[in-house]
Design a protein around this ligand. Structure first.
Ligand code: ARG
Length: 280
């Protein structure tokens, strides 16, 4: 069993003080169904406290009234090497978040790059080693992948999502270990939900990550893949029991955190977590 190493993380989160579901921009959102903002805040607070308890650092951006989805900070940008690429939402309901996130990055000392193409940040872009996996199909457009490669000078691998329930890449892939590489059980550095991808993307994933953890539809459907990992501890939904067992077999330590209320907006743990890389 490989000994997994926890890497220190710096995250950006947003307390869901204005959380509610009053429009529907993904299949999970049903405005007719009541939401409980206090409960969302309590569940979110548990995630925040858990990150701190495991030694991570969490920065906060102020929640703004009228922007109920701002809690999903993964969609606020994509940050590598102290440089923050802002976002341009596909969905008009969230465009009001673009400027506040870019302002936050600038105030925190990041170099801010204003995007040209439509993309929704770390919701669709995931860094694995030196490679960026980039999703398209529902939100981020293909041209944003080219822009991403230009901005960060890294290899970008495009993947196409085909199931509307898994409309952002971070609902279908979880990066478990920042290091790309080596074979065998040690290499289980990503996990993914095969049924969320088209054939061509599946072939790319199989070839690049032959030792990846393949997650069941059942665990995918409870947003099991929308998990955050520090390379050892994997923060995931307590409902993803099969994925939990797969992680243990590979030496990871599952840390269940329940964000059921935030799932009413179509988001989970990873959606509420934006990684801030560089510039500390
Ligand atoms: N209601 C939000 C939306 O549809 C949820 C975003 C989830 N974020 C994520 N990174 N998957 O935009």
């Amino acid at each position: 069993m490989p000994e997994r190493i926890a890497h220190h993380r710096r995250y950006l989160m947003c307390r869901p003080e204005h959380f509610t579901v009053r429009y529907s921009i993904n299949p999970w959102m049903e405005p007719a169904r009541p939401t409980d903002t206090a409960k969302a805040v309590r569940q979110w607070q548990t995630l925040y406290d858990t990150y701190l308890a495991l030694g991570h650092e969490v920065e906060l951006i102020d929640p703004l009234p009228g922007l109920p989805d701002m809690v999903y900070t993964a969609n606020g940008g994509f940050v590598v090497d102290g440089r923050a690429l802002g976002v341009r939402f596909r969905v008009p309901e969230r465009r009001g978040e673009e400027r506040p996130f870019m302002d936050w990055f600038a105030a925190a000392g990041f170099e801010v790059i204003e995007p040209v193409e439509v993309q929704e940040g770390e919701g669709d872009f995931l860094l694995v080693g030196d490679t960026i996996l980039a999703g398209t199909g529902f939100r981020s457009v293909g041209d944003s992948h080219r822009e991403l490669a230009d901005v960060f000078g890294r290899e970008v691998v495009s993947l196409r999502l085909i199931d509307p329930r898994f409309y952002h890449l971070d609902t279908a892939i979880c990066v478990l270990d920042p290091v790309e590489g080596v074979g065998g059980v040690d290499a289980a550095n990503i996990a993914y939900l095969p049924s969320a991808f088209d054939e061509a993307s599946l072939r790319v994933l199989e070839e690049r990550y032959p030792d990846a953890i393949l997650v069941s539809d059942e665990d995918g459907a409870v947003f099991g893949l929308n998990a955050a990992s520090d390379g050892r501890n994997v923060f995931l939904s307590p409902r993803a029991t099969g994925f939990d067992a797969q992680l243990r077999e590979r030496g990871y330590v599952p840390v269940p955190v329940d964000l059921s209320e935030l799932l009413l907006g179509g988001g989970g743990i990873k959606c509420c977590t934006l990684e801030l890389r560089g510039n500390t």
